[in-house]
Design a protein around this ligand. Structure first.
Ligand code: R5P
Length: 301
């Protein structure tokens, strides 16, 4: 392995610092600021010429701003002679807009892929990306693509911080798509029972959830979902589970977007615990995603 420099964008600096600490790779520096007219200014301060460069940036909080920052930085790294460029995008925005759900809509993730294809990126590592309708992300993004999961790190957290009653506990995904995460969580916690709820989305903020076919009466619940955005899904899931007699509820998520007043709304649910990873920094980012990223990175490097 040659020289490796780790660089963090505005939404990835905390992860770059952790990754450099954990791996011993050099932590590089980028100056990111705004011109007076609000345009983005990027300057790579570290020497990247001939080195493998690991650039980390989540495409949130401000997705559009983060995309511009990421594309400008990746292009600059290539201009400056980086050998291999590994983009770590812990949260890939626009992944849920992966189809034309209504006539005339932009398929935003495809356009984002085109932007990535327009710059030199050798590898992309992302975490629990919403990959429901994209067949081959390596083609869409023009780089070898690795979609790793943060659910194992969430499971380790649950194990470390809670005493689990194996007879009584069931892992729940709040919708069908979350079955994959419920299964991983249940396995990592020693083979717990798992199930999913039925969710219908009414608007971007409203969902209705029914708990059919899962016995939750008098049982403790661990909910796992990839994203908490407005909190609507979790709030409805908790209501449905409690109406059927569920006891203690722990909620976990990989990407705690927590938009608007979602955090306050979730606090009112009186959960046993509410935890997310730090793919996006939030008040519930209690679990580091860095070990999972490093594991994948080491394989690539
Ligand atoms: C949906 O497909 C995702 O897995 C999440 O359930 C969803 O994005 C959560 O959004 P919200 O918190 O706004 O209900």
């Amino acid at each position: 392995m040659g020289e490796v420099v780790v660089l963090g964008g505005s939404n990835g600096e905390h992860l770059a610092i952790e990754l450099s600490r954990l791996s011993g790779f050099e932590l590089g520096e980028i100056e990111i600021k705004k011109f007076p007219d609000d345009e983005t200014y990027i300057r790579v301060l570290s020497d990247v010429s001939g080195k493998d460069v690991v650039y980390i940036n989540s495409l949130q909080r401000d997705p559009n701003e983060s995309i511009i920052e990421t594309i400008y930085t990746l292009d600059t790294l290539s201009d400056l002679g980086a050998k291999r460029i590994i983009a770590i995008i812990p949260y890939m925005s626009y992944a849920r807009q992966d189809s034309r759900f209504k006539p005339g809509e932009a398929i935003s993730i495809q356009t984002l892929g085109k932007l990535f294809r327009s710059v030199k990126v050798d590898y992309i590592i992302t975490v629990d990306m919403h990959l429901h309708r994209i067949q081959d992300p390596s083609i869409v993004f023009g780089a070898k693509f690795y979609n790793i999961t943060g659910v194992r790190e969430l499971a380790k957290y649950v194990k470390r911080n809670h005493i689990i009653n194996y007879e009584k506990t069931v892992v729940i995904g709040p919708d069908e798509e979350a079955e994959q995460w419920a299964k991983i969580m249940a396995n990592e916690l020693g083979g717990l029972e798992y199930g999913v709820l039925e969710k219908k989305r009414l608007t971007a903020e409203e969902v209705v959830i029914e708990a059919k076919g899962v016995n939750v009466n008098e049982r403790d619940i661990i909910i796992v979902d990839d994203i908490i955005s407005t909190g609507g899904t979790i709030i409805e899931a908790v209501k449905a589970l409690r109406s059927l007699g569920a006891k203690d509820i722990i909620v976990t998520t990989v990407h705690p977007l927590l938009v608007g007043n979602a955090y306050a709304k979730l606090l009112k649910l009186n959960l046993k615990d509410l935890a997310g990873t730090n793919t996006i920094l939030s008040p519930i980012s209690k679990v580091s995603i860095t070990p999972a990223i490093l594991e994948e990175l080491v394989k690539i490097l």
